[in-house]
Design a protein around this ligand. Sequence first.
Ligand code: TPP
Ligand code: SF4
Length: 397
Amino acid sequence: MSEDNKSTPPKLRPPQASPSTKPASINSSGVSKPPASVSGTEGSKPPTNASGAVTPKPAAAINSLGYTRADYKGLPSTLCTGCGHDSITNQIIGALYQSDISPYDIVKLSGIGCSSKTPAYFLNQAHGFNSIHGRMAPVSLGVHLAKSQLKLIGVSGDGDTASIGLGGFVHMIRRNIPIVYIIANNGVYGLTKGQFSATADLNHKTKTGEANAFSSIDTCRMALDLGCGFVARGFSGDMKQMVALLSAALRYNGTAVIDVISPCVTFANHDGSTKSYDYAKEHLSAYQEVEFLPHSEIQKVDYPEGEIKEIMWPDGSQLLLKKATSDLSQFNDPDASIKALREAENAGQILTGLFMCKQNLEPLQKRKNYVDDLSLLSDEDVRIPKDRFKSFISQFS
Ligand SMILES: Cc1ncc(C[n+]2csc(CCOP(=O)(O)OP(=O)(O)O)c2C)c(N)n1
Ligand code: SF4
């Protein structure tokens, strides 16, 4: 945890005991570990009935890799009670549990902010890098080049991404770095007590009534314009939609941007805030309804023509898009999605759903023909030979 994240958000929960966890066991290539029950129940007393006899505990449900949902959890949250970011954490855990991805094959990334603290609250067993403010995207490039077979999940704030981190965000998209890039968007800098961020809407008001004088940056429109292959917006209060979007993003091989409206209950949940729970509930509008069917739950159902679009994933899972405000052919047309987002903004609506899902974009590694795993290169491969180094240095003597 960096120095910055030691600043304390207001209304903290009392400290809670952290769950017991086993350290990650990593194989020789630094990846994965065979499925095991790592829920950490050893050492605790078994449950007993009134007469003191040990009652058998019902077995926890497991996913296809043999992990329980608890195996995808992290430490208890220290965010304000009711913070939208905690809902996103739960949604990430839910999507990961049904993802068939081992916790040991994931790298969690973040910048600085309340949102950037949240990777501590999921996936205790994963690798992680809590970077500096606005630098999650460039750090993700380094991590990906060092170990391209690991799955990257990043949580950044709207300040972290759209204010200080905008340059890195833009170039990450241009390079199509494979990462699930979640923007927990509350329109404010929560950690530093509620200043406007670059996604705060024009005329959005602070708690003391000050109106924002500047127009907002829409990270989804920007990502679409830059050619991002997976772009979506969700609301932290909509578990079903978020788990569906995250489940699809986790299977996407390229940059997957999900902007999530995530109310800050302490600094942006009042009348006049356009990122409050009440405002979001009154102004949400769905581009389409989304539903995710893991491959184990697929059933063949016939839908009326034009009402449902099925997106198939390589593992056999399906993302179902059901017609809402848009014609279902629009979602893969960046111009149509940008137009719909702009129209929604002009009408004071928050448009959520999937705006782009292009599965055939070449990921970074293929475009540049990079080696798969920089971390496996030998010293000889990465060191300049001694004689060449000497001759290079001799130029300066
Ligand atoms: C270089 C630098 N500038 C400023 C800060 C102070 N700072 C810490 S977090 C933050 C903004 C956090 O806002 P956001 O990313 O939206 O996350 P939130 O706390 O709202 O979840 C700022 C400005 C910093 N840590 N580093
Ligand atoms: S974003 Fe707001 S509500 Fe959430 S922890 Fe930070 S200050 Fe609290």
